[in-house]
Design a protein around this ligand. Structure first.
Ligand code: ADP
Length: 531
């Protein structure tokens, strides 16, 4: 045999290719393709199933040839045509073989009692005949024809089965991908409520690994509670209720993670039944509500804090202004001045609040763009402390700088805002006479600024939160000191935009030290924009 025989492609080993390969071999063909009839001979889609001893480039050529020429049918299930040598060459068949022995293009209709399935096309040497056609002219007819019909029916049934299992495998793959990549936690249980699947989102949510929970009673793993913190009774189990035919959609409950932490989720339960209507599996979809809750909480805190922060200065301004406006008021010059100063301070407070709100929303929307230049922090801090003394002479400040503080690359105006915020807070949160220490020191990479006070301090748990927007320690509305919880959020955005860090070290009732770092001038990577 002088035909070129390319190696079998890998997928020939699947069921479909094996069937088609064997059929073509039985028909004494060398290469061929099976086209599914309902795919209208589109070479792209038909080619999907078989490539048996036929190069990929040859496939569209063969299909377009057979599309024009050979359409087998139930009356003539096997159609054979001689292929011109030039065309055979296009199919990748060695020229000499095509010329010496001739090549035939054959098509076999595949159908059974369920109807037509498609057509099998194949190429073979003209000198060869399959056992189904190998009958003498004189005995032409029934026996061989019947064998061929039998063969067609068997092959069609086999291919139908292979197509169905291929579709099933695909479907299974699709479902597995959904299960694996779903952002929602999914667990399934058997009818005794033992876990049989636990997807990665569920692992992330609960901290349990799938292999640790398989076979375990799902109620014991999740330990669900209602929103009031009462343990759910078994009959309240969402899956049991779904088994009983009740609808369980987005029911809120609290579940327990592996580390004992509890969090609110919304669960939807459903069940799979067999043909007799008996329950087989339960499915639980679990959606974490923590973020949604936090956002809701943040939104309502925002509204109450902002309204409170706006109302207070407005009320003060209005109160003083009405006193001043009264025609019968007889205020001396000092009292008058005191009220005017108070009005000015409250207007400044309003102005600062509105400024901070705009600043925070700009950071969120566009990030921060900065005007970066070399900056001498010692010079800046000394200037700011002089200003603070002029405004609040009873605040004690001690300064500490190393002899040669390296310069940093920074936007002076913004770094001034950061330091001002930290100084304001140190004064604001120090009951009595504030004493503040401001220090700078350098490491090989960065310059660090610290602002310490001896005030009320911050608990460890709160230290993680205070850099978040609108976060204030304790009950936001019950605060004796004004503020909207935006200052440190803005400080963090500015410092991080410079490639630095900001953090706090604090002991409750003893005081706090806020520190931030900026890269030394020679280490700074520019330009910087933070979102
Ligand atoms: P604001 O001071 O306007 O509320 P900040 O973002 O500046 O907002 O601070 C957030 C919270 O961190 C404050 O409400 C306060 O509870 C706490 N905090 C900030 N600085 C200090 C400090 N030096 N000492 C104690 N608590 C502080």
């Amino acid at each position: 045999m002088s035909w070129s025989q390319p190696p079998l492609p890998e997928d020939s080993y699947d069921h479909m290719s094996t069937l088609i390969g064997s059929a073509i071999t039985l028909l004494r063909g060398e290469s061929g393709v099976f086209a599914v009839s309902n795919e209208a001979f589109d070479p792209q889609s038909s080619a999907e199933y078989t490539l048996y001893h036929l190069s990929e480039e040859a496939l569209p050529a063969l299909l377009s040839y057979v599309q024009e020429a050979m359409q087998p049918n139930v009356q003539h299930p096997l159609v054979v045509e001689t292929l011109p040598p030039a065309l055979a060459a296009r199919f990748g068949i060695a020229q000499e073989a095509a010329e010496q022995q001739g090549v035939e293009c054959c098509s076999l209709a595949l159908y059974d009692q369920n109807g037509s399935l498609g057509t099998l096309y194949f190429l073979r040497l003209a000198t060869l005949r399959s056992c189904f056609e190998d009958h003498g002219a004189e005995s032409a007819g029934t026996r061989t024809d019947e064998t061929l019909l039998h063969f067609i029916a068997q092959l069609t049934a086999g291919l139908r089965f292979a197509l169905r299992s291929q579709a099933l495998v695909k479907e299974q793959g699709r479902l597995a991908a959904i299960f694996q990549h779903s952002t929602e936690g999914i667990l399934t249980v058997d009818n005794a409520l033992r876990i049989i699947d636990f997807n990665p989102a569920m692992e992330r949510l609960t901290g349990w690994r799938e292999n640790e929970v398989l076979g375990r009673f799902y109620f014991k793993v999740l330990r669900p509670q209602d929103r009031q913190g009462n343990d759910l009774r078994l009959e309240e189990s969402p899956i049991l209720q779904a088994f009983a035919g009740q609808e369980v959609v987005n029911r809120e409950m609290v579940i327990c993670a592996r580390d004992g932490q509890r969090f609110t989720v919304a669960v939807t339960a459903s069940c799979v039944r067999n043909a007799r209507g008996e329950t087989m599996n339960g499915i639980l979809n679990v959606r974490d509500l923590t973020r949604e809750r936090q956002q809701e909480e943040q939104r309502s805190t925002f509204i109450s804090v902002i309204s409170h922060e706006l109302q207070t200065p407005i009320a003060i301004i209005k109160g003083y202004a009405s006193t001043l406006a009264r025609t019968d008021s007889r205020l001396d010059a000092r009292a008058l001045r005191l009220r005017l100063v108070a009005i000015e301070e409250e207007a400044d407070r309003l102005n600062k609040l509105v400024g901070n709100l705009l600043y925070a929303s700009r950071i969120q929307a566009h990030g921060l763009q900065m005007d970066i230049a070399s900056l001498d922090l010692e010079h800046l801090i000394r200037k700011m402390i002089r200003r603070l003394h002029a405004k609040a002479p009873d605040v004690e400040v001690s300064l500490s700088f190393p002899p040669q503080l390296p310069t940093v690359m920074a936007d002076q105006e913004r770094i001034e805002e950061v330091i001002q915020n930290l100084l304001d807070n140190a004064v604001k949160y120090s009951p009595g006479k504030p004493h503040i220490d401001v220090a700078c020191f350098a490491t090989g990479e960065e310059v660090i600024v610290s602002v310490s006070d001896h005030g009320m301090g911050i608990s460890v748990r709160e230290q993680e939160q205070i850099f978040n927007r609108f976060h204030r320690v304790g009950e936001p509305l019950a605060q004796p000191t004004p503020g909207a919880g935006l200052g440190l959020y803005i400080c963090r955005a500015i410092v991080e935009a410079h490639g630095g860090r900001i953090w706090v070290e604090s002991t409750l009732r003893q005081g706090s030290t806020f520190l931030f770092s900026l890269p030394r001038e020679e280490k700074a990577q520019l330009p910087m924009v933070v979102f």
